[in-house]
Design a protein around this ligand. Structure first.
Ligand code: ADP
Ligand code: ZN
Length: 708
C-alpha cells in the first residue's frame, strides 16, 4: 500500500517523500479506516486525502467551507491531471446537471462541496447511489461552537457515519486545542478514528516582536528588506488599515486595503489580486485570512496586538505555508494594551467570559515581554514541550538584555500612587522626569517627593518600564476612569521590598543587528535574481494563459529548486520536487529553456537511456516519453524492455497496465513448460489489444524474475 502511495506521490505530485505523518495517515485512510488529522498550516494536509482518493475506487467527496479554497484546490488538481470539480452556487443549473452526469459516468475523481450542499437529502441520495472512495472534512474545527469559525452546517455532517458506514472519513484541522479536538470527534462521530497529532511548530517562521516607537517607520524599515515579497499587514481598525495602506503606497509599495467596510466587489477584487499577483502587500483587519491558501506569503506583520496567542498563532501562521523562510513581525506598545482592555471591557458576555479573555490577553502580553525563546513560550501555551531554545526567533538570535529594575519600578509605582492613580503614562513620565508642564503645575505635582527622581533615565526607558509593569500585571489600567494607571494588588511585594524585578531592555530599533532582521527573507541571492525573475515571469505568463494563480503552476519552492539545481535535461527536470509527470510534460521544456537559455543538445544513446529511465520513473507513459525524446514509440518500448531486463526499472514503473490484463499476459507466457516462449508466439493472442512493445516488457520482467 505504502509503495503504491509513494508512486502516486511521485507520479502525480512530483514529490519524493512524505512529510511527517502523511505516510501513516494515507495508509490508514486508503485501507478504509477513519482518521482525525491535526497538523499546522502548511503541514501538508491536502495530500492526506488526495493520495488515498487516488488509491481507492470511486468518488472522493471533500467538504470545504469556502468557495475560494475549493476553486484553488480544484485548479491545482486539474493542473496535476486529476479530474476534480467543485459543486457550488456559482454553477448554473445546467452546469450542475452536466457535472452530475460526469460524476455518474465515473469521470470525476474528487468532488469538492460546501457542507450545506452535501447534507441536502437529494445530494445524499445521489451519493448513496454511487461508489464513494472517502469523505474528507477539511477545516473540521468549523464544527466547534466555541471557535471563531463555527458553521452550523458542519453539525449535520455527523450523519455520514450512519449513512455511509463502509466509507472511510478523514477530518482535518490546523486548530490545536484539546476542547476543539474532542468536539470534532463527538460531533462528527469519529470515535473510531485514529488520531494523528503533529507538532504545531512552524520551523520556517522567524518570530520578532519589537517595542512600538514610530510604527510606520519601523514597518517601512521591515518592508524595505522585503521588496517584491508578498505579505499581510494586520491592523486593528478599518481606519488604520486605510491609513497604513495609503502610507505604504506613498512609499512605493503595492499595498491594498481589506476590511469589512469596503464594498464586497472591491474586497473580492483585492483578494483576487493578492492571490494572482506577486509581491503584493495586503493591509487588512482580521476579516482577511480564513481561506487564504496562498502558499508564498513571505511575511505577516502586526501593527497592533492580537487579543490572544491563539489569534497570533493563526494569523502569523498564514506566512510560509510553502515551507520556505518567512517572517512574523509585530510592533507592540502600551497603547495596544489599553485599546484591547477597553474593547474587552465594552464587549458583551458574562464576567466569566471576560475573565477568560483577560487571561488570554495576559498570555499574549507575556509573549511580548518574554526574555526567553519566543517559540518555546508559544508552543508551551499549546501544551507542547520544546526542550531547547529554537535559535530562530529574535530573542534567540539577538539575545535579550535584562536589567535590575527594582528601584525604578518602585519609583514608577510610587508616582502612580502619589498622583492619585488616575493619570496616563505621559503625565507620569513627566512627573518622574521633573518636567515643568502646565498639567504638572495645575495639579501641584512639582511638590511631590517623586517629582524629578527619574531624571537619570530617558523618556523611552520610562515608557518601556511602564509598559512592562502593565504587561506583568503590576500596574493596571483604569478603564472606568480615563485609562489612567493604578496599582494592582500584585505590586505589594515589590513595593515592600520583598522581591526584585528583572525587566527586558528594549533595543533601539536602529541598533538591532541588520543581519538577523533580514535573515528569514531574501530567498534569492543577488547573482540569482535575474534568472529567478525570468522563472517567475514565465510562471506568470503560464498562469495567465491557464487562468490560475501562479503558485498553481509551480510553488516557489519548486522554482527555487530549479534555480539551485539547474536541471539541464528533461530527466533532471523530472527530479525536481514538485514536478510530476503532467507538469513535466506541459511545462518542463519551457522552464528548461529559461534556465539553459537554449535548446538541449542532441543526445547520444547513453544519455537517451538514462533519460528514458528517469522519465519512466517520474510516471510518464511510453507515449509521453516518445513525444519528449522525439523517437518512435516502438523504440521507447524496446529501451524500456531492456531497462526492465537489467532491473533498472520495474514493470510498474514502465507501464500502467490494468491488473487483470497484466495477469492475462503473464499467463500466456507462463502457460507452456520450460523456457518462456518468444514474444512472437504470444502476439496473435493480444493483437489489437496492447502494443507489441508491452509484451516485450512483460516478458523481460518475467525473465529477470526467474533469473533471481
Ligand atoms: P495545509 O493544508 O496543511 O496548510 P497544504 O496541503 O496546502 O498544507 O500543503 C502545503 C504545501 O506543502 C503545498 O504547497 C504542498 O504541495 C506542499 N507539500 C505537501 N506535502 C508535501 C511533500 N510530501 N513533499 C513536498 N511538498 C509537500
Ligand atoms: Zn527562539
Amino acid at each position: 500500500m505504502l509503495e503504491q502511495a509513494q508512486r502516486v506521490l511521485k507520479d502525480i505530485f512530483g514529490y519524493d517523500s512524505f512529510r511527517g505523518r502523511q505516510g501513516a495517515i494515507i495508509e490508514r485512510v486508503a485501507s478504509g479506516g477513519d482518521a482525525l488529522v491535526l497538523m499546522p498550516t502548511g503541514g501538508g494536509k491536502s495530500l492526506c486525502f488526495q493520495v488515498p482518493a487516488l488509491l481507492r475506487e470511486g468518488l472522493a467527496v471533500v467538504v470545504s467551507p469556502l468557495i475560494a479554497l475549493m476553486d484553488d484546490q480544484v485548479a491545482t488538481l486539474e493542473e496535476l491531471g486529476v479530474a476534480a470539480a467543485a459543486l457550488n452556487s456559482t454553477l448554473s443549473a445546467e452546469q450542475q446537471r452536466d457535472l452530475a452526469a460526469r460524476i455518474r459516468r465515473g469521470e470525476v475523481k474528487m468532488l469538492y462541496l460546501a457542507p450545506e450542499r452535501l447534507v441536502q437529502p437529494r445530494m445524499l441520495a445521489f451519493l448513496q447511489s454511487l461508489e464513494i472512495a472517502l469523505f474528507a472534512i477539511d477545516e473540521a474545527h468549523c464544527v466547534s461552537q466555541w471557535g471563531h469559525d463555527f458553521r452550523p452546517e458542519y453539525l449535520q455532517l455527523g450523519q455520514l457515519a450512519e449513512m455511509f458506514p463502509q466509507v472511510p472519513r478523514i477530518a482535518l484541522t490546523a486548530t490545536a486545542d484539546k476542547r476543539t479536538r474532542e468536539e470534532i470527534v463527538n460531533r462528527l462521530h469519529l470515535q473510531d478514528a485514529e488520531r494523528f497529532l503533529s507538532s504545531f511548530d512552524r520551523p520556517n517562521i522567524f518570530y520578532r516582536i519589537v517595542p512600538k516607537e514610530q510604527p510606520r517607520k519601523q514597518l517601512q524599515a521591515f518592508l524595505n528588506e522585503r521588496r517584491s515579497d508578498a505579505g499581510i499587514v494586520y491592523c486593528l481598525s478599518r481606519k488604520k488599515v486605510d491609513e497604513v495602506a495609503a502610507f505604504l503606497c506613498e512609499q512605493g509599495f503595492t499595498a491594498l486595503p481589506y476590511h469589512a467596510g469596503l464594498p464586497n466587489e472591491l474586497r473580492a477584487y483585492h483578494q483576487k489580486r493578492f492571490l494572482n499577483e506577486e509581491g503584493l502587500i495586503m493591509v487588512a483587519t482580521i476579516a482577511f485570512g480564513m481561506g487564504i491558501d496562498k502558499p508564498n506569503v513571505r511575511f505577516v506583520a502586526h501593527m497592533d496586538l492580537p487579543k490572544s496567542l491563539e489569534a497570533y498563532y493563526q494569523e502569523t501562521g498564514r506566512a510560509g505555508r510553502d515551507g520556505l523562510p518567512a517572517d512574523a513581525w509585530m510592533a507592540y506598545g502600551l497603547q495596544d494594551v489599553l485599546m484591547l482592555k477597553q474593547m474587552l471591557q465594552n464587549s458583551e458576555g458574562d464576567e466569566r467570559h471576560k475573565r477568560l479573555e483577560q487571561h488570554k490577553l495576559d498570555a499574549m502580553l507575556a509573549l511580548c515581554e518574554e526574555t526567553r525563546c519566543r517559540r518555546q513560550t508559544l508552543l508551551a501555551y499549546f501544551d507542547e514541550d520544546m526542550p531547547q531554545p529554537c535559535g530562530h526567533c529574535d530573542n534567540c538570535v539577538d539575545g535579550v538584555q535584562t536589567w535590575d529594575a527594582t528601584e525604578p519600578a518602585r519609583q514608577a509605582l510610587s508616582a502612580i500612587y502619589r498622583t492619585g492613580q488616575r493619570y496616563g503614562v505621559g503625565h507620569l513620565v513627566d512627573v518622574l522626569l521633573g518636567k515643568d508642564t502646565e498639567k504638572v503645575r495645575s495639579f501641584g505635582h512639582q511638590h511631590l517627593s517623586v517629582f524629578g527622581v527619574g531624571k537619570a533615565r530617558s523618556e523611552g526607558e520610562w515608557r518601556s518600564l511602564f509598559r512592562q509593569l502593565v504587561a506583568r500585571g503590576l500596574a493596571d489600567i483604569d478603564l472606568e476612569g480615563y485609562g489612567g494607571l493604578r496599582l494592582s494588588d500584585s505590586c505589594r511585594p515589590l513595593l515592600k521590598g520583598e522581591v526584585t524585578l528583572e525587566l527586558r531592555r528594549d533595543l533601539k530599533p536602529q541598533t538591532t543587528p541588520k543581519s538577523s532582521t533580514s535573515q528569514a527573507s531574501q530567498l534569492v541571492r543577488g547573482e540569482e535574481r535575474e534568472q529567478w525573475e525570468a522563472l517567475r515571469a514565465l510562471r506568470r505568463k503560464l498562469a495567465e494563459e491557464h487562468g490560475v494563480p501562479p503558485y498553481v503552476i509551480f510553488p516557489d519552492s519548486t522554482l527555487l529548486e530549479m534555480l539551485r539545481s539547474q536541471p539541464g535535461s528533461m530527466a533532471e527536470m523530472a527530479e525536481v520536487s514538485g514536478v510530476g509527470a503532467r507538469k513535466l510534460e506541459r511545462y518542463g521544456a519551457a522552464f528548461l529553456e529559461v534556465l539553459g537559455g537554449g535548446v538541449e543538445a542532441p543526445k547520444v544513446v547513453a544519455d537517451l537511456r538514462h533519460e528514458l529511465i528517469t522519465l519512466a520513473r517520474a510516471g510518464m507513459t511510453p507515449v509521453q516519453i516518445a513525444g519528449q525524446l522525439q523517437c518512435t514509440e516502438k523504440n521507447v518500448y524496446t529501451l524500456l524492455a531492456e531497462a526492465i531486463g537489467k532491473q533498472q526499472l520495474s514493470l510498474e514503473q514502465a507501464l500502467d497496465l490494468p491488473e487483470d490484463l497484466l495477469g492475462e499476459i503473464q499467463d500466456a507466457f507462463l502457460d507452456g513448460e520450460g523456457e518462456l516462449p518468444p514474444v512472437a508466439e504470444v502476439i496473435p493472442v493480444f493483437a489489437g489489444r496492447v502494443p507489441e512493445g508491452v509484451l516485450y516488457c512483460v516478458r523481460a520482467a518475467l525473465e529477470s524474475e526467474f533469473e533471481m
